[in-house]
Write a protein that binds this ligand. Sequence first.
Ligand SMILES: CC(C)(COP(=O)(O)OP(=O)(O)OC[C@H]1O[C@@H](n2cnc3c(N)ncnc32)[C@H](O)[C@@H]1OP(=O)(O)O)[C@@H](O)C(=O)NCCC(=O)NCCS
Length: 184
Amino acid sequence: MNDGIIDIVPMRRRHLGAVVDIAARTHPRPWSRDLFAGELDLVTSRAYVVALDGRRVVGYAGIMLAADEAHVTTVAVDPDAQRRAVGMRLLLALARMALDRDATALTLEVRLSNRAAQELYRRFGFVSVGARTGYYQDNGEDALVMWARGIDEPEYRALLDTYTERYAASTRVELVPVYREAGR
Ligand SMILES: CC(C)(COP(=O)(O)OP(=O)(O)OC[C@H]1O[C@@H](n2cnc3c(N)ncnc32)[C@H](O)[C@@H]1OP(=O)(O)O)[C@@H](O)C(=O)NCCC(=O)NCCS
């Protein structure tokens, strides 16, 4: 680790080699470089960050905005860097960016068997509201659909403030700026 400091910064094209490498090590059907690059081009509806340990990319995450909902599209941490609160700091960045974009809810799908991710999401107020049967094409596994609603309310902001304070000494954060569509 780099003195324990993790930088959270906007994902850029120069990060994509490392991002794709982590995707391949953490997902049975990993996103391609082109898919990530396409997401980065959609600046008004997407926001992606990476976590850096020094110059090394150790994780990434992103959201897609639709109306006042932010859909968590992907979250992953390099297996060599897991259980060091990198996932916590990535989720915190996603929640902050969702609020910056006036979202009131976060949602995502997660494999039924993925207890680690579900536990991380619960820490951000996500609750399971149902399942999508056979959602994952590689093995036909069901997805849990999870929501965190009311993220703009004081209680949720207080939760985020607690986490921000917890990681303040060990994290530097630069979030993706808000790009609005022309006319909005
Ligand atoms: C899920 C994932 C992103 C978590 O990243 P991480 O940096 O290791 O998570 P953190 O260290 O921030 O952990 C936060 C909390 O989540 C829970 N958690 C994380 N990994 C866990 C595990 N392997 N088993 C049980 N709980 C776990 C714990 O409650 C943990 O808090 P604690 O360490 O104080 O007990 C990581 O395991 C990963 O990349 N997995 C593969 C990809 C994936 O599943 N992505 C999500 C797809 S929906």
